[in-house]
Design a protein around this ligand. Structure first.
Ligand code: PLP
Ligand code: COI
Length: 338
């Protein structure tokens, strides 16, 4: 085990021992390669460098209460990477290959899997790059799939403490028929300006609205949004939101805990009616939203800086499954036999 101050980790790159790679050329994927090289050598005219032909995933491995190591729903990340690859006409891995690569990455970096009860986990970042040389804009048939990992702490400073965010009207994250529903690097590139704008104004994140009408709630930064009221879990449904695996799991957990689940349009004004609000994602897990500021209309939606009861209950249940404390009745975990 590495001598790391596990409890002090934030969400940042950390050098581990190995990463896993596959190369696609001549219509097929190579065998898995394992390397300690942190760098990639590629041609300066590689498609990913010029036209954003890049997609990625994010998932976590947890060292449980029983000492077992579990990956959370890697098959779902594999399926989403395949969708993202298809959207950018990149070669897609198979589900089996993706999961095999993740499992190998975890095994090879055993010393970097945080101990139980440190609140930290091992974050995996599978990344697929279109590496074929090109100058004109077109689809490419050469790619690298690289899976690396880093031990991480909470995504938002303070972890399970409420965050304040700005409702963004000056810029959109994704177009109605664009790439918002797949995990392409370009979506994040187009979110940087608004995130910086929020930071400058003293907010830690951004709530995006639908690009067509700016009247409905969409994505919460690099996480999905949900609201709680009347024993109901409400989350927006839209073609330009990334289908979050955490949100999918929370919808199931909410139902298992006896809440009604609604996936539908959320008009901005409805924000005033929620008892609790939160952001969810692999990196964020659940981050309670303390307040949302609509500066254009001089309206604040205030949920209080104390973590809500339902958010807390769902957080404990989800992390309970991930750390092996709560029975995994839906078979979400994949145990990594070290
Ligand atoms: N939305 C965006 C834009 C994201 O980047 C992420 C992170 O992956 C999520 C939502 C949450 O998705 P997941 O729960 O699958 O990590
Ligand atoms: C994740 O939650 O896995 C993400 O990908 C968010 C990330 C962009 C920081």
């Amino acid at each position: 085990m590495e001598n790391i101050k596990w409890g002090e980790l934030g969400f940042a790159y950390y050098k581990t021992a190995f990463n896993v790679r596959y190369h696609y050329a001549n219509g097929q994927w190579s065998q898995m390669q394992v390397t300690d090289d942190e760098y990639i050598k590629m041609h300066m005219s590689a498609a990913c460098l010029h036209y954003g032909l890049e997609i990625f995933e994010g998932l976590k491995a947890f060292r449980g209460v029983d000492g077992k190591v579990r990956l959370f729903r890697p098959d779902e990340n594999a399926k989403r990477m395949i969708n993202s690859a298809n959207r950018l006409c990149l070669p897609a891995p198979t589900v089996e290959q993706f999961v095999e690569g993740c499992v190998e990455c975890v095994k090879r970096n055993a010393d970097f899997i945080p101990p139980y009860e440190t609140g930290a986990s091992l974050y995996l970042r599978p990344t697929l790059l279109g590496t074929k040389t090109c100058l004109g804009v077109r689809a490419v048939d050469e790619a690298d799939l690289i899976i690396f990992c880093a031990p991480v702490g909470p995504y938002f400073k303070g972890g399970m403490t409420a965050i304040k965010a700005l409702i963004m009207r000056d810029q959109d994250r994704a177009a109605p028929r664009g790439t918002g529903d797949v995990k392409v690097g370009g979506n994040y590139a187009s979110s940087i300006w608004s995130l910086e704008e929020a930071h400058t104004k003293g907010f830690s994140n951004v709530l995006y609205l639908d690009a067509a009408t700016h009247s409905k709630v969409e994505e919460f930064g690099a996480a999905n949004f949900f609201g709680i009221k009347n024993n109901t879990y409400v989350t927006p449904k839209s073609k330009s939101i990334l289908p979050s695996i955490t949100n999918k799991s929370l919808r199931q957990i909410a139902a298992d805990l006896g809440l009604t689940v609604e996936e539908r349009d959320i008009p901005v004004e409805e924000l005033a009616t929620f008892e609790e609000a939160g952001a969810c994602g692999t990196a964020a897990v659940i981050s309670p939203i303390g307040a949302l500021y609509d500066l254009d209309n001089n309206v604040t939606y205030d949920y209080g800086m104390k973590v809500g009861e339902t958010c807390k209950k769902m957080y404990d249940h989800l992390q309970g499954i991930q750390y092996g404390r709560v029975e995994d009745i839906h078979n979400w975990n994949v145990e990594v036999i070290m």
